[in-house]
Design a binder for this molecule. Structure first.
Ligand SMILES: [Zn+2]
Length: 358
C-alpha cells in the first residue's frame, strides 16, 4: 500500500506532503495511501559512508550472510538507510537487494600490501599484481575499490606508503577503467599527498592532510570521510605499539591530536565531507549519529552541513536519490528539528525503508 507523509522536509523549512508509492517518492497524491506521519522533520535517512558489515566485532571476517545482514540492521535501526561498505573480506552481493536492509554501495576486499594490514581482512598483493588485483576487486564490489594507502612498516618503525607513487596511479586508473571509484585508507602525510594527486576519489581518515592538500581536494572535488570516532582511538593504538615502535606511536598520537583542526580546515576549504563511523572490528555499529555530533562539536561543522554530510548529500554522492520526485522511498522522521539539536538523530521517531514502515 502507498504511504502518505507530512512534515518539514529538510533542508527547506516548509511543511511538505509526499507519497511513497512502492519504492518511489512522489509529490503527486496517491489515492488510498495510508498516512503514517503528520508532523516532525523528514530526512531520507542517515548515510554511513564508511562502514564494514563484513567485519565482525573483534576484527574477524563475518562467517555468514546472516551475520553481515544482522550488522547492517543495527545501523538501519539507528536510521542509517544507506551504507558505503569500505572493504569487506566476506562477499555479500545478495544483500544489495535485501528488502529489509539499507542501500549498499560496496567495495570488494581491501587491497593491501603483503603483511601490512589487518590479518585476513585485505587481499594482499605484491606490487606487480596491484593493477590486476584492483580490477578484480572492482568486479567484486558494486562501484568502489578500497585501496590501503599506508600502514605501519615494521622495519621502518613508522607509517609508510603501501605502494610506490606510479603503482598507486596505475591502480587508480585501473579502477576507473573498470567503472569503480577508489576510496583510500590513509593516516600519514606522505601517502595521502601522492594518492590525492593520483586522482583518488575519496580519502578515508586523512589524518595526514596538510593545508595545501585540503585546497587540492577542494579543487579536485575529492571527498574526505574523516571517521572521527576511529581517529579518537589513535591514543590506544599508540599505547599498544609504544614499546616496540616508539616513533610510530608518537606519530599516531600527533596525527590524532591534530585531526579536529585538519577536518575544520577541509570544511573551511570547501572539501566535500561525508559521515563514516568505521563500524566493524573495533567500533560498534549504529554510531553514525555520534560521528555527526563529533563533526559539529569537534570540527566545527554547522548543523546543516553535518546533515548534508550524513544524509541527502551523501546519498547523492553514492547514487541513491533521496526525497525528490522519483527518488527512492527511504525516510526517517524526527520529532525535533535536528538543525537546532543534532542529538535528536539518535532517536528516530519513524523509519521507512524501501516504502515500508519498520
Ligand atoms: Zn574502515
Amino acid at each position: 500500500m502507498a504511504l502518505h507523509v507530512r512534515g518539514v522536509l529538510l533542508p527547506d523549512d516548509e511543511v511538505r506532503e509526499l507519497w511513497l508509492d512502492g519504492d518511489r517518492v512522489t509529490f503527486e497524491p496517491v489515492p488510498g495511501a495510508e498516512t503514517v506521519a503528520t508532523g516532525g522533520y523528514l530526512l531520507p535517512g542517515l548515510v554511513d559512508a564508511h562502514c564494514h558489515i563484513g567485519i565482525a566485532s573483534g576484527g574477524r571476517p563475518v562467517e555468514s550472510l546472516d551475520q553481515a545482514r544482522e550488522l547492517a540492521r543495527i545501523d538501519r535501526d539507528a536510521g542509517v538507510l544507506a551504507i558505503r561498505d569500505a572493504g569487506s573480506p566476506y562477499p555479500y552481493p545478495q544483500l544489495d537487494d535485501d528488502a529489509d536492509g539499507p542501500r549498499l554501495a560496496r567495495a570488494g576486499r581491501h587491497v593491501a600490501p603483503v603483511g601490512r594490514y589487518l590479518r585476513d581482512i585485505g587481499v594482499e598483493v605484491a606490487g606487480g599484481d596491484l593493477v590486476a588485483t584492483v580490477a578484480e576487486q572492482a568486479k567484486a564490489g558494486n562501484g568502489w575499490v578500497k585501496l590501503v594507502g599506508d600502514w605501519i612498516d615494521r622495519d621502518l618503525g613508522d607509517l609508510a606508503p603501501a605502494f610506490a607513487a606510479d603503482e598507486f596511479a596505475a591502480a587508480i586508473d585501473a579502477a576507473h577503467a573498470a567503472g569503480a571509484r577508489v576510496a583510500t585508507h590513509t593516516f600519514s602525510e606522505d601517502a595521502v599527498a601522492v594518492l590525492v594527486r593520483a586522482g583518488v576519489d575519496s580519502v578515508e581518515h586523512g589524518t595526514g592532510l596538510s593545508l595545501d592538500l585540503v585546497d587540492e581536494l577542494a579543487r579536485r572535488g575529492t571527498a574526505l570521510v574523516p571517521t572521527m570516532i576511529n581517529v579518537r582511538t589513535f591514543g590506544n593504538i599508540a599505547a599498544r605499539a609504544g614499546e616496540k615502535f616508539p616513533a610510530y606511536a608518537a606519530h599516531m598520537r600527533a596525527l590524532g591530536a591534530g585531526f579536529p583542526a585538519v577536518v575544520r580546515a577541509a570544511y573551511e576549504a570547501g572539501v566535500p565531507i561525508y559521515v563514516g563511523s568505521d563500524a566493524g572490528g573495533g567500533i560498534e555499529h549504529g554510531l553514525a549519529a555520534q560521528e555527526m555530533l563529533l563533526l559539529h562539536e569537534s570540527a566545527g561543522m554547522a548543523p546543516l552541513d553535518v546533515l548534508r554530510a550524513g544524509s541527502w548529500g551523501a546519498r547523492e554522492w553514492l547514487g541513491f536519490p533521496g526525497l525528490v520526485e522519483g527518488g527512492l522511498a527511504d525516510l526517517v522522521v524526527y520529532d525535533r528539528d535536528p538543525r537546532v539539536d543534532l542529538t535528536v538523530l539518535r532517536e528516530p521517531a519513524r523509519v521507512i525503508l524501501r516504502g515500508r514502515v519498520l
